[in-house]
Structures are given as structure tokens and as C-alpha cells.
Design a protein around this ligand. Structure first.
Ligand code: ZN
Length: 272
């Protein structure tokens, strides 16, 4: 009996653990799903890792991450597209239905141009996604990352790209860290649900102060995000997928990961 069937953890959350260790520990903790970051597949056969995930009673929820489509030259954009095709193949081999896209941006390049390159890049990989039946989830990133990580910074902006591509395999990965501040959040989440494109829901918390732009996310309950409120929004929008804990944190990576995992499970029960 699995006590936390909707809970999923990203391998990067417990960064010190190998994928094999993470699979064993998550299963032992009664967690339902795992999202595998591609670095954890390096030197491994994703098919075998997928088998191991299922044998442990877990589900492979998604692969993180594809994206980073914008680049100054056509050659670099072509390389990015090829890398995204590889991510799609890895997801298919792993048995994961989704690749999460951190879409990319180039400092100094107009954001509108980056958005066009993102839409073009996704369009270029869609035939393979269709062939392998892998969904692509655009993850809007907090605007503090608009310089070099993503030109897609709101749910509305992600929905625009989805509208442009208008394809059932293209949707949105909603991460509370990136979208909690958005005054249009409730209506955008509702709209995303209506269009059947709410593909994933990521959890963590926003710390005050945040001391590192990338690696200082909080455990749920440590920060100021209305986690229960946002969960209610995604559920009202028809989302019934996994609740994925994705925490980049130098602080949490430095502690005993067994204790951290126990804290994640507790925090999920109390604050989400
Ligand atoms: Zn995320």
C-alpha cells in the first residue's frame, strides 16, 4: 500500500543521491512518482532505469529538462533542437510521458525574438514527440530568469506559445516557485485546465530573503507561497496528476538526505 500515491520527487531535490539510490529511497518512503533529471541518466540505459522505477512500484512522471532553444546562430539553435529530440527519446525509453521545457533566453537578445525561437524549436521537435507519444510541458520561469534561462515568464506567455502551436502534446508545467506572485494566476490556471494543457504541478517554497537566485528554494511551509491555495486552483482546473517536489537548495543538499526526505513527506502532508 502506497501512503503517498500523488507525491512525486525530482531527483535533483535529493541531489547527493544517484538515481538508483533515489528510486530505492522514494519507494521505501511510499512515494508514488519520480521525475528524473537527465544528468541522472548519464552513463545509464534509460530503459533499464525505467524498468527499475516500475519494479520499485514508482511511476516515471517526467524527464527534466529540455528547452534552451534560443541562441544567436542557426547552428546553435539546430544543436538545441537535436538535444531536445534526445530528451524526448530518453523520456520514451524511460517510460515517462512528459519532457519539461525550460525554454531558454539569450542575454541581450530581444525577448520577443527568443519567444519566436522557442515556438520554432518546439515545432521542430513535435514530429518526434508525436511518433514517441511524449508530451512537452512549457515551464514558465519567474521573471528573474528572463535574462538567460527563459523568455517565458508567466502562465499567459506560456499559453500564448501553446495557442500558437495548438497541439495536444504541447502544454504547461506549473511550478509554484515561478508563478505564485502572478495576479492573473487563478484565471490563467483555469484557462490552462480548460484547454487540457495543464501537464504538471511542481512544489517548493519561496524564502525571504532568498540568498541565491537558483539554489535557495525552500521546503514547503518554509516560505510565503500559498501552496494549498494554488493546489486548489489546479484541482479546480481538473488537474489530477502528481504533486512534484522540486527543490534546488544548497542548504538542503548539505544535510542528511534521509532526514530531508522524511521532512519532505511531512511538509507535503502539512502544507500542501
Ligand atoms: Zn519546476
Amino acid at each position: 500500500m502506497n501512503p503517498h500515491p500523488k507525491l512525486c520527487i525530482h531527483t535533483i531535490t535529493t541531489k547527493p543521491w544517484s538515481v538508483e539510490t533515489a528510486i530505492g529511497k522514494y519507494a521505501e518512503a511510499g512515494i508514488g512518482g519520480i521525475t528524473v533529471w537527465r544528468q541522472w541518466l548519464e552513463g545509464r540505459d534509460p530503459e533499464k532505469i525505467g524498468e527499475r522505477i516500475r519494479a520499485a512500484g514508482l511511476e516515471a512522471v517526467s524527464v527534466c529538462r529540455g528547452g534552451f532553444f534560443p541562441a544567436p546562430t542557426a547552428a546553435e539553435r539546430a544543436t538545441a533542437i537535436e538535444d531536445n529530440r534526445q530528451a524526448i527519446r530518453e523520456a520514451a525509453a524511460l517510460g515517462a510521458p512528459l519532457v519539461v521545457l525550460v525554454c531558454g533566453a539569450v542575454p541581450g537578445q530581444p525577448l520577443a525574438e527568443s519567444r519566436q525561437q522557442i515556438a520554432d524549436g518546439i515545432a521542430a521537435v513535435l514530429p518526434l514527440a508525436e511518433e514517441l507519444n511524449v508530451r512537452l510541458g512549457i515551464e514558465p520561469l519567474h521573471p528573474m530568469y528572463a535574462d538567460d534561462r527563459s523568455a517565458i515568464n508567466t502562465m499567459a506567455s506560456a499559453n500564448e506559445v501553446c495557442d500558437r502551436l495548438d497541439h495536444p502534446l504541447v502544454g504547461i508545467a506549473a511550478d509554484v516557485y515561478h508563478i505564485w506572485w502572478d495576479p492573473d494566476l487563478a484565471e490563467q490556471i483555469a484557462l490552462t485546465g480548460e484547454k487540457n494543457r495543464l501537464f504538471a504541478f511542481h512544489l517548493c517554497d519561496w524564502l525571504t530573503p532568498t540568498v541565491d537566485l537558483l539554489n535557495d528554494r525552500g521546503l514547503m511551509g518554509e516560505g510565503c507561497i500559498d501552496l494549498k491555495g494554488i493546489r486548489a486552483m489546479v484541482e479546480a482546473a481538473g488537474f489530477n496528476g502528481y504533486h512534484e517536489v522540486e527543490i534546488f537548495s544548497n542548504r538542503w543538499w548539505a544535510v542528511d538526505q534521509d532526514e530531508f526526505l522524511a521532512k519532505i513527506v511531512r511538509a507535503y502532508g502539512e502544507h500542501c
